[in-house]
Design a protein around this ligand. Structure first.
Ligand SMILES: [Zn+2]
Length: 206
């Protein structure tokens, strides 16, 4: 793509770094901004800069938060003895949207994936294991997508906490294998949390 302006080219190149945004879309967005009042671009740039600079990760569950402890962890009316283990913040949002879950979360920040070079140490696993071993947790619910990486991650965590006396369950698989949680409809996802099954059953009977 040839540009008559280096400034446009630079903006397009930056914009096209975003997932799902090709050069053509980036150019369309940049030209759109050019047609808007200057302040509009200022608002966008400022929102992005402040978001990046000020966003925090909850020190307890690693959920994205504006303060040190996220709203969910700080909410005393939630059940702090049940922890739902998810891959990322999009899963927290999806499960929260079902309105069916009143426990708290633990955000791993990904899944174990040897192909993508993601090992257990790059994920928030240690803090989860420590939390469970400290006591006060009754149940862990695995809610990772049922891909090979999801299963590997569940099993890795399971092995670390198998000797602790707690319930370890996994969401019911109304969700088809390989489906990402965030795409599951709210009713299905809500039901799969309510009808969760003991984790051991999912691999011991196979
Ligand atoms: Zn939290």
């Amino acid at each position: 793509m040839e540009f008559s302006s280096k400034l446009i080219e630079k903006a397009v190149n930056e914009m096209s770094q975003l997932p799902g945004i090709g050069k053509r879309t980036a150019l369309r967005l940049v030209l759109h901004l050019l047609k808007q009042p200057k302040e509009q671009t200022g608002f966008l740039a400022e929102a992005l800069m402040t978001m990046r600079a000020d966003i925090k990760f909850c020190e307890s569950c690693h959920n994205i938060s504006d303060v040190a402890v996220c709203e969910i962890c700080a909410n005393t009316s939630r059940n702090h003895q049940t922890i739902c283990v998810v891959e990322d913040i999009r899963d927290v949002m999806a499960i929260e949207n079902t309105g069916q879950y009143k426990g708290i979360y633990h955000v791993l920040g990904g899944k174990i994936s040897p192909i993508e070079g993601v090992g257990p140490s790059q994920l928030n696993i240690t803090t989860l294991v420590e939390k469970v071993k400290l006591g006060g947790v009754n149940e862990i619910i695995f809610a990772l997508s049922s891909t090979m990486e999801g299963d590997t991650t569940n099993f890795y965590i399971y092995k670390q906490i198998a000797d602790v006396e707690i319930i370890i369950s996994t969401i019911a698989r109304g969700i088809a294998v390989g489906d990402e949680l965030e795409y599951a409809d709210e009713v299905t996802l809500g039901r799969s949390i309510l009808h969760r099954v003991p984790f051991e059953k999912t691999f011991k009977n196979n």
